[in-house]
Design a protein around this ligand. Sequence first.
Ligand SMILES: Cc1ncc(COP(=O)(O)O)c(C=O)c1O
Length: 458
Amino acid sequence: MALRRDDGDDLVSTRSISTISKVAISAVKRWYQSRPLPTHGPDGRRTPDFAELPAYRSISKYREYQKLFKLKDPFFQVHEQRSGAEAQIDGQHYINFASYDYLGLNQHPEVGAAARAAIEQFGTSVSASRLVAGERPLHGELEAALARFYETEEALIYVSGHATNVSAISTIIGPKDVIFHDEFIHNSAQTGGKLSGAKLVAFKHNDPEDLDRKLAEHRENHKFALVLIEGLYSMDGDVPDLAKFVEIKRRHGAWLMVDEAHGIGVLGETGHGIAEHCGIDPREVDIWMGTLSKTLSSCGGYVCGKRELIEVLKFQSPGFVYSVGLPAASAAAALKSLELIEQMPDRVKKLQENGKFFLEQCKALGLDTGSSEGFAVVPVIVGDAVLAIRLTHQVFRRGVNALPIIYPAVPLKSDRVRFFITSEHTHEQLATAARVIREELDLLANKGAHGARATAAE
Ligand SMILES: Cc1ncc(COP(=O)(O)O)c(C=O)c1O
């Protein structure tokens, strides 16, 4: 259809009219969306701007540093392929030390096949909490496998490792209770502790004697006591003396919860974690917790323990009760990975050997690796946030991807670049990375750029 002139020619076609009206409508929409909203309510009260948040101000400071030193943001790098020992970023190839794929299972064809088969059968989401309509057979199968793995009565899986700690800790512990935690315990456990309302007592990192003293001082005043430690500490790469912690917690009548996020598949001759590493019966630990996102190449978290514990979490922990069940594909990937750990002790051995090799290389070059024992996590401590970020930037330019960890994630003056080692790294890649970081650190130190602590380790 068209508007016609008297002589019969088209004045404006219908198509033109529709285009003109679309342009006009979108211009009006743009104007409407960009008009300033009132900043004050009818009684004159102002709604604060998010830029006034202290957190925003500290992020802005970091952005200013970045601009000042012309640094590319090391965070939120887009990895364009599966990342493990190697990564592709911006079309470039890197030796990668920023992935927790400790045994390379995220690359394993059987893990991908299991996840694809689960999607075919169950779709991409279970769409509801397991309590109501989200339960699928794979959930029970994975929980049974995890319980077997830790030799516990039962297990429960959550959709996030972080949420597992937050939800589980705040469910079993309440305001009349007390939590004793390693000062370097992961944020998720700290957050769970805060939410519980319990008294929080930090003990010195990896120091059972300090825990003993603190238990003696505070335990009696509380009904339940929970001790929180990690199997392998994610910031420092060191491990606790589990036998000592078990003996102390028994003596004081406390529960012991071990976060195995970085221990599963990494520690022990067959990858069964810190209990195997220390030769302890896993039943000596009251609560095993871990994540599905690292060695198990999936997403989510788990708790393993006695039937009554799991029963309480299943019906009371909000992150389980009020949250969707794990997607079937994620459950299938974790289940297959767990089976592969059992079938591939050679990968566990290779990972441990790689970790030790990298640690020795760093030490031989005079790098400060702190208390790392060379199990998959090795920090290079430089003691200054700007230096850690600059060093990351420099080594990235030379094909090595490792991330800076800075205050407040680690204590002041222990800022670092952290390396995650996998079974799939070659010795050549590990030796190259150690050499590159040494060379770049020296260059930065020579330029006088916050290099004091870096050279002090030599
Ligand atoms: C020790 C520890 N616990 C819990 C978590 C949380 O796990 P997720 O990232 O799978 O949520 C992490 C994550 O890095 C961790 O390092």
